[in-house]
Design a protein around this ligand. Structure first.
Ligand SMILES: NC(=O)C1=CN([C@@H]2O[C@H](COP(=O)(O)OP(=O)(O)OC[C@H]3O[C@@H](n4cnc5c(N)ncnc54)[C@H](OP(=O)(O)O)[C@@H]3O)[C@@H](O)[C@H]2O)C=CC1
Ligand SMILES: O=C(O)C1=N[C@H](C(=O)O)C[C@H](O)C1
Length: 275
C-alpha cells in the first residue's frame, strides 16, 4: 500500500447503468475513496448506494445535491474527482460546477456540442484544473480507432455504423463522432461522389460528419454498444468492428482516468491521450 491519501471520488448519475458500475469499481480501488453518490431519481434518495447497487453497505447515502458533494470534495486532504455519467442535458452544467470548485471532472457522458467542449476547455485552462472528456473508456475502441486511422491513409471511401441499446439519448454516439474526427485529422475529404445521389427518405444515407464521413445510428433493445468502420475500394471491403457485452469493459479506463486527471491542468479529450 502507498502512503498517499486516496483520491476522493464523487459519482454523478450513481444509480444509472454506468454509475452503478463506477460505484463498484471505485469502492474496490485501494487508492480511491467514494465520498458521494449523486442521483436525481427520488426512489433512491437517502438509501445507502451500496445497498442500491447490491454490493452491501458502503455508508454513502444517495443524495440529489451535487454542489454539497463538490464542497465536500474540496475539504478532503487531496483534491477530489467528479465522475459524470448522466445525460447530455445536464453534463455541461455539472462540469462547469465541478471546475468552479476545483474538483476534477472525469466525463463519460456524451452529447456535448463542439462549442460546449471548447467552452469547458477554456474554463479548465483558466482554472488550471484537469478535466477528462472520454467518449469511450474501452481499450478495444481505442485500438479500433487506431486501426481505422491507419487504414484511412489507403482508402478514400469510409462509412461508420454505430449500434446501441434503445435507451440511448444522443445520436450519433460520442464514439462515432470522435472516430470521424480522428479520420478527418488526416486532412483529406472522403467519399468523392461517383453519381448524383437522391435521398427518397430523409436520413437514408445517415448524417455527414467531418470530411464527408457518414455515420449511421441503429437503436434496438438487445444491443449494448457496437461500432463498425467500413472502408471500401474497388474489389475490396475492410471492416473494423468493436462489440461490448458488459459495461465492466469501461471500468479499467474509468479508474485510469480518475488517477490521470489529478495530474492534469487542462482539458484532455479521448482515452488514447492518457494511455
Ligand atoms: N464514455 C463511455 O465509455 C460511455 C459513455 N456512456 C454515456 O454515459 C451517459 C450515461 O449512460 P447510462 O449510464 O447508460 O445512462 P442511464 O440513463 O442508465 O443513467 C443516467 C443517469 O443520469 C441521470 N440523469 C438523467 N438525466 C439527468 C439530468 N438531466 N440531470 C441529472 N441526472 C440525470 C439518470 O437519472 P434518471 O434515472 O432519473 O433518468 C441516471 O441516474 C450517456 O451519455 C452515455 O452515452 C455510456 C457508456 C460508456
Ligand atoms: O450510451 C452508451 O451506451 C454508450 N455511449 C458512448 C457513446 O455515445 O459513444 C460510449 C459507448 O458507445 C456506450
Amino acid at each position: 500500500m502507498s502512503n498517499q491519501s486516496p483520491i476522493p471520488v464523487v459519482v454523478n448519475g450513481a444509480c444509472g447503468k454506468m454509475g452503478r458500475e463506477v460505484i463498484k469499481a471505485v469502492a474496490q480501488a485501494e487508492d480511491m475513496t467514494l465520498i458521494g453518490a449523486i442521483e436525481r431519481n427520488p426512489q433512491y434518495i437517502g438509501q445507502d448506494i451500496g445497498e442500491v447497487i447490491g454490493c452491501g453497505p458502503l455508508e454513502i447515502p444517495v443524495l440529489n445535491d451535487l454542489q454539497a458533494n463538490l464542497v465536500l470534495a474540496t475539504q478532503e486532504k487531496v483534491q477530489g474527482v467528479m465522475v459524470d455519467f448522466t445525460h447530455p442535458d445536464s453534463v455541461y452544467e455539472n462540469v462547469r460546477s465541478a471546475l468552479a470548485y476545483g474538483v476534477r471532472p472525469v466525463v463519460g457522458t456524451t452529447g456535448l456540442s463542439p462549442e460546449q467542449i471548447q467552452d469547458l476547455a477554456d474554463f479548465a485552462e483558466k482554472a488550471s484544473t484537469g478535466c477528462l472528456l472520454i467518449p469511450n473508456f474501452s481499450i478495444g475502441m481505442v485500438l479500433l480507432q487506431q486501426a481505422a486511422v491507419q487504414a484511412s491513409k489507403y482508402f478514400d471511401h469510409v462509412e461508420i455504423i454505430e449500434l446501441h441499446h434503445n435507451q440511448k439519448a444522443d445520436a450519433p454516439s460520442g464514439t462515432a463522432i470522435q472516430t470521424a474526427q480522428l479520420l478527418a485529422e488526416l486532412g483529406k475529404t472522403f467519399n468523392p461522389a461517383i453519381v448524383k445521389e437522391t435521398e427518397k427518405l430523409t436520413g437514408a444515407r445517415g448524417s455527414v460528419a467531418e470530411e464527408n464521413i457518414r455515420i449511421h445510428s441503429i437503436r434496438l433493445p438487445g444491443l449494448l454498444a457496437h461500432q463498425e468502420v467500413i472502408f471500401g475500394a474497388p474489389g475490396q471491403i475492410y471492416t473494423l468492428r468493436h462489440d461490448t457485452s458488459d459495461r465492466s469493459c469501461y471500468m479499467p479506463g474509468v479508474l485510469l482516468a480518475i488517477r490521470k486527471v489529478t495530474q492534469l491542468k487542462s482539458l484532455v479529450y479521448g482515452l488514447e491521450k492518457i494511455l
